[in-house]
Design a protein around this ligand. Structure first.
Ligand code: ATP
Ligand code: MG
Length: 283
């Protein structure tokens, strides 16, 4: 049975489990055990600290894993990054106390930088020709400047509120991360087939994010105009209505453009517009 390593607790745990659930994979007793089997899919979840997931997948203890790209990069794990998953978004940035005069990357020459990501940081400093000392600390990196451990930090930022509350300011965004599905490079044919099915389901679930299904009644005379407003996956579905000269038009639209499109459609006579949540898109 193919094992998938998931974070046992922490920021990625819930969304990883939700993703599996949303694609019809029911794990018995998630969270409560070290291992839990799926009832209806040939997969078994293995709950681990996120730091250990890249290595477990690289060695094949688990065939698959869901983890932040930051951990994959930091651990230098030789795994296949199969798919970005669209959650756990964050960046790793350099930050300095807000009262210092930041002049650019040269600021870091001769300085101490506290981080839990020494490998990503040292590669970045090397590439930029900066000579700084890396102080590795595993937690509460943001207190390092106030504690006199370092003059700067290199840490995960998402909203930036932790930096602000510690009197720090983000000065360089170095690495963009999100949760990714990773796979061992030597899966056998059966395991590959399970991964392909999983990936197919994940993609249809990801594709439906931020999309809405739109239905409306439209005068036949406005159809050409409507087709210009609504580019669809192949083309919108058009069905005749019982009342002559009218049709029903169905399409999928991006939520970000929804209200703009509705305005345009109303202007050409669309009525009875329904907006429906989409669960999966399979193309
Ligand atoms: P573990 O106990 O599993 O080692 P952790 O404390 O190392 O957990 P979390 O804080 O749960 O890790 O973060 C897990 C991952 O979530 C990070 O590696 C990163 O990919 C992602 N993430 C997204 N936003 C943030 C954020 N604001 N702070 C920290 N991690 C974030
Ligand atoms: Mg960790």
């Amino acid at each position: 049975m193919l094992k998938i390593a998931l974070q046992s607790k922490g920021r990625l745990n819930e969304e990883s489990l939700e993703l599996l659930q949303s694609i019809g994979i029911k794990l018995d007793d998630p969270k409560r055990k070290f291992l839990s089997k799926a009832k209806n899919f040939d997969i078994e979840a293995l709950y681990m600290r996120d730091d250990d997931i890249p290595q477990l997948v690289a060695t094949g203890t688990a065939g698959l894993g869901i983890v932040g790209l930051n951990e994959v990069e930091e651990k230098g794990a030789d795994v296949q990054v199969v798919s970005k998953l669209g959650f756990g978004n964050c960046r790793i940035s350099l930050a300095v106390p807000k009262n210092v005069e930041y002049v650019g990357l040269e600021y870091f020459n001769g300085k101490r930088i506290a981080t839990s990501y020494p490998n990503i940081l040292s590669a970045f400093l090397k590439e930029k020709g900066i000579d700084a000392k890396i102080e590795v600390i595993t937690g509460s990196v943001e207190i390092a400047p106030a504690a006199g451990i370092a003059e700067a930090i290199f840490d995960i930022v998402s909203s930036g509120s932790t930096l602000v509350s510690n009197g720090l300011v983000e000065v360089e965004k170095v690495f963009e991360s999100e949760a990714v599905l990773i796979a061992n490079r030597n899966l056998d044919a059966h395991e590959r087939a399970v991964l392909d099915e999983l990936l197919f389901r994940i993609e249809s679930s990801i594709m439906s994010r931020g999309k809405k299904y739109l239905l409306m009644n439209l005068p036949d005379a406005s159809l050409d105009e409507a087709l210009k407003i609504l580019p669809s996956m192949r083309s919108p579905t058009i069905m005749p209505l019982a009342s002559k000269g009218w049709c029903s038009l169905h399409s999928v639209v991006d939520e970000s453009t929804l209200w703009e499109k509705i305005k345009q459609l109303k202007a050409i006579g669309a009525e009875g517009i329904l907006v429906i949540d989409l669960d999966k898109i399979i193309i």
